[in-house]
Design a protein around this ligand. Structure first.
Ligand SMILES: [Zn+2]
Length: 200
């Protein structure tokens, strides 16, 4: 199973609770979509290796930070020394609000993107991670009713019961591939719908 959380940074990390999850199941690993401009070198270095870091905007002032980003904006972000030094090659736009130029630069540089099937119609073929395909997604803080603390009981059960853990980078796959025929043309790209006997 894959667990990911958004918005981690130096003053919003809940490493206390993530540590408790690791105690509940020593195999526990997770991916955080973290805010690179809101952390010091020493903070990023202090994160344990069972917490994978992917890029979530630059300073994430609101959910629309990247919605109009140009190619130059995106290239500048990926060239930031803090990202080169402390982050893996995965990206998720704040609020899922991603521009076409962001996709293009990620694709050219061989990065993967965490995205929703909602965008299947306009995303170029590239490596994508979908939490919607049966994984756990939430926020570090209590927001959107999926914060670590506010889902704690259910979360501990899920971590205790999980047989294996993967990072988002390990689950990111080239999409669409031949197994996804038709999915990209459905209104919301519902996975599996095109293979249902009721839909020819
Ligand atoms: Zn966010």
């Amino acid at each position: 199973m894959i667990f990911d959380w958004d918005d981690l940074h130096e003053t919003n990390h809940r490493l206390d609770l993530l540590g408790q999850l690791r105690e509940a199941n020593p195999a526990f690993r997770c991916t955080v979509f973290a805010v690179p401009g809101c952390g010091s070198d020493s903070f990023w270095e202090s994160l344990p290796d069972w917490v994978e870091r992917a890029v979530h905007g630059w300073v994430h002032p609101d959910p629309y930070e990247c919605v109009n980003w140009t190619r130059q904006d995106m290239e500048r972000l990926l060239d930031e020394p803090v990202i080169q030094k402390h982050f893996g090659c995965g990206f998720k736009a704040p609020g899922w609000q991603i521009s076409d130029d962001c996709y293009q630069v990620l694709l050219e540089r061989g990065w993967w993107v965490a995205d929703q099937h909602l965008e299947d119609g306009r995303r170029p073929p590239m490596r994508v991670y979908f939490y919607e395909d049966g994984n756990w997604h939430g926020h570090i803080q209590n927001v959107c009713r999926n914060g670590i603390e506010e889902t704690w009981g259910e979360l501990v059960k899920a971590v205790e019961g999980a047989e294996d853990f993967r990072f988002c980078s390990e689950a990111a796959r080239f999409y669409p591939d031949s197994d996804d025929s038709g999915a990209g043309t459905l209104p919301f790209g519902v996975p599996g719908l095109s293979r249902s006997p009721d839909v020819s």
